[in-house]
Design a protein around this ligand. Sequence first.
Ligand code: GAL
Length: 740
Amino acid sequence: MMHSDRFHLRIFQLVLVLLLPVQITQGADLGDLKPVEQWEPVASGVWRAELGKMQGEIRYSDLAAAPPRLDALNELPEATFPFAGGSVGYLAENGHQVMVRIPTSPDETLYGFGLQLDGIKHSRKVMTLNVDHWSKGGGRTHAPVPFYISSKGYGVFFNTSRLLKIYNQVGNRKDSLNNPSEVDRNPPEDEPQPGPWLAQPPGDSVEAQVNGPGLELLVFSGSTILEVVQRYNLYHGGGTLPPLWGLGFWHRVHAEFNADQVRQELADFEEKNFPVAVIGLEPGWMTKSYPCTFEWQTKRFPDPEGFTRELLNKGIRLNLWENPYISKNSRLYERMFPLSGSHLVWLGIVPDYTMPEARRLLAEQHGEDHISIGISGYKIDEVDGYDFWLWPDHATFPSGVSGEAMRQSYGLLMQNMLYQDLFKQRNVRTYGLVRAANGGASGYPFVIYSDAYRHKEYLTGMATSSLCGILWTPEARSASNDREWLNRMQTTCFSALAQLNAWSSGKKPWSYDSVTDAVRESIRLRMQLLPYLYTAFSDYYFQGIPPIRAMILEQGFDGTADRIVKGKLDSETNPYAMDQRIEKTDQYMFGPSILVAPFYEDLATQRDVQLPAGNWYDFYSGKLVGNGETISVSASDLRDRIPLFVKDGAIIPMLTQPVDRAKEAVGHPLELRWYGEALGQGHLYEDDTETFDYENGRYRRRIFKIRHGSDNVPSLEIETMGQPDQSLFGEINRFTPMSR
Ligand code: GAL
């Protein structure tokens, strides 16, 4: 379970200690805090410090899918330690509380803190990073990863599963040398003031506090924010590489569907010419749910094995919903009872999966009932909140892990167990969903979803998830009109997991008449882009580059262009005249070269797109649209297609035709599109699509280069690297210079 490859790491650390002394750049003002003196280099551009005692504490990195990828970390450009010697201070005196203060400068912006759906910048905020549903904000969310990234090019990870309360550039210490001058808020007219009165005098640090005996800090550095993210992901084993089928279109049927209804639904998909790669079964597949048995409801699915086989023969995978809380009606109940915590959830017992015996029991039952008949993965529901649904923080568990740490890490523990004990062990990849995760999760093939449903927030999730090793799906469930449906379906098609979740609405992709063709077209485009998307995921695994990314990770994007609504004094609604910041989080990068700017909410058919510096081209026509400016796009100009823009020189490998199933992509001929004028370079990743053999070098790449011939006619050069027998996609039938 938890990886033990520390020996290798320690030897490496010794080498680095000799090579990379921590750099000292500025002075410190710590007051009564102790300076953190020991920053241990653990890989190139990564340092750790232990405050207090971590023995017996759960560190997220111990739950990561794989040990640090030292090889890949060391290939990144060198990066220096970001803090002045002795400038990080802490207190860890009484054995049950640790606080730390990490300096920041006034022009520094802080990003991250997990899958936050209300914004990407978190300077000047107080957050409690508590695993929960998304609804309240304040730091509570499905993946409140305690990792922040600074605009200065470093990131800090609080590697503990304890609850963390964090003050981001909020609060002023009396010993600080950086406090602004006092300003009289109500001066007489003839008294000049040094500046405007500030409702929130800026703080000069991040201060965090945990109720626990210890805290591990990891610092990741980089010459760009993307490099910081890469280091964070690579330290946790790299990003996940899903099986190719996982990147096809997913449809979750109504919770009460039986086998015949699923068959009918699939026949309708076929008749209406809609691709589908995965069918998700919701709670009704089990004998009992909430709490769960994990056993097949044979009144609905009389022959689970035959049914699963029938779908697999059509190239369709089955994914099973579950929540972890076990019913008295489950054959696991008696044996799991002593291995479970003090409190029930929906009256089901809560197994303590830090215990090997509890893991063994579940893996055995899931192996027999699901995996052996061909089930391809799970959706792990209800591992997040609310407080009144889950166990209290003071709940106890037989391993001695605190109720609080269990809540923070339960989603991760479930992923770790199912991934390692059911799939990795069998050398079979999986792809699925989970409703909570936390630090160190980049290597897990599970994608987060939510019951919250604001389209704008879903778009923000695309950006924030990419800063913390999380994958996120803006799944479509239902809509109040045709246009909203189209916009939501298009967004999900350009995410890590394209899904319609009809568990309650019973919607089909064609449920909204007037947009049926446009919805079909966007699903088909996703299928056509499988080679491009699969290659983007390979970059996640090999280099830690997130496949779906916040614009701030894109070179040339101006992340400072927020709209500030000036606060107006109002004794009832704004008594401190606070400004409001409106961030640009409604566009993102999909793979290395495509910028996606979906229509949504009030911007349902017309919106602005902020282009990074460099020439950008319309995906569909290849026409130049701008360079570093903000452009306006409309649904009518795009003939109801999602706005997509491609950067200069990009080479996009895609299937010549859309396919219905991922397996039809195997051997399928390719088109290579070249955008713009720059003599670009691109690549295509190929492997067996289903096993972990790629981890042992069983893959190949086709490298594409554009050259100008003497007559100025562009020509394409292709070089193949890696294992020649690992061909996946077919030959390149078409090379299209889009912008000529
Ligand atoms: C919800 C979950 C939905 C669906 C439902 C089934 O909590 O978010 O996607 O699975 O449970 O009861």
